[in-house]
Design a binder for this molecule. Sequence first.
Ligand SMILES: [Cu+2]
Length: 261
Amino acid sequence: VIARFLPPAASEHAGRFDLMMDAVHWMMLALFVGWTAFFLYAVLRFRAGRNPVADHRGARTNAALWIAGFVALLELGLLAGMSIPLWAERVDHLPDESEATVVRVVAQQFAWNVWYPGADGVFGSQRLDLVDDADNPLGIDRNDPNGADDITTINQLYLPKGRPALLYLTSRDVIHSLSLPHMRIKQDAIPGVSTPVWFVPTRSTEEMRAATGNESFRFEIGCAQLCGNSHYSMRGFLTVYEPEEFEEWLAEEASYLEEGF
Ligand SMILES: [Cu+2]
């Protein structure tokens, strides 16, 4: 149901995510209806007209204790039996790096730095003294052979369809949060911490354009953590290509590097 109110889904786990969102909302609705009914019952049952004199004896049975205990056990069961195992399955088993598109995403006030390891598949080293906001915001050492072929973009993430994308997220300054609503991905970017987040895009940007009838459709990237004055401007775009188109894009970016722009 909730999927109707969310941006169209385009990743492998999105269906299960939407199912969970539905389940959580139905459970919350049941709780809301149940508690509202109990509240109305209590308001009527203990109204002043029926109870002119306060009763100081209080509860006469242990029913409330048993009910609260039962609910606590049920919730513990949901947490330990369902939530934690499901989450562990997601975060303990990252896709194999050889089978994934590995990208580093470094947030900063107020942009997303996207960093690909280039043809050698190895990220170059970074040096603090090389950090230059205009030319090299990540301080990548281009004299390091691993770093010479690295590709960077700003606010533009490119990924191939049908292949796991493994993003390593961090931040240069404050806490940001990478939000890819169509992929059902949201993860904090924390300075000093490299957080892996992964998903498999299942629909290309072109396919989404055809499916939605919207020629200018784009997957959006947002910052989901209020991070300063221009938080709103951390808007980026994700382009999902067919695998061969993605290889072409990589080759094109690599050729720009060789030409030195
Ligand atoms: Cu931000």
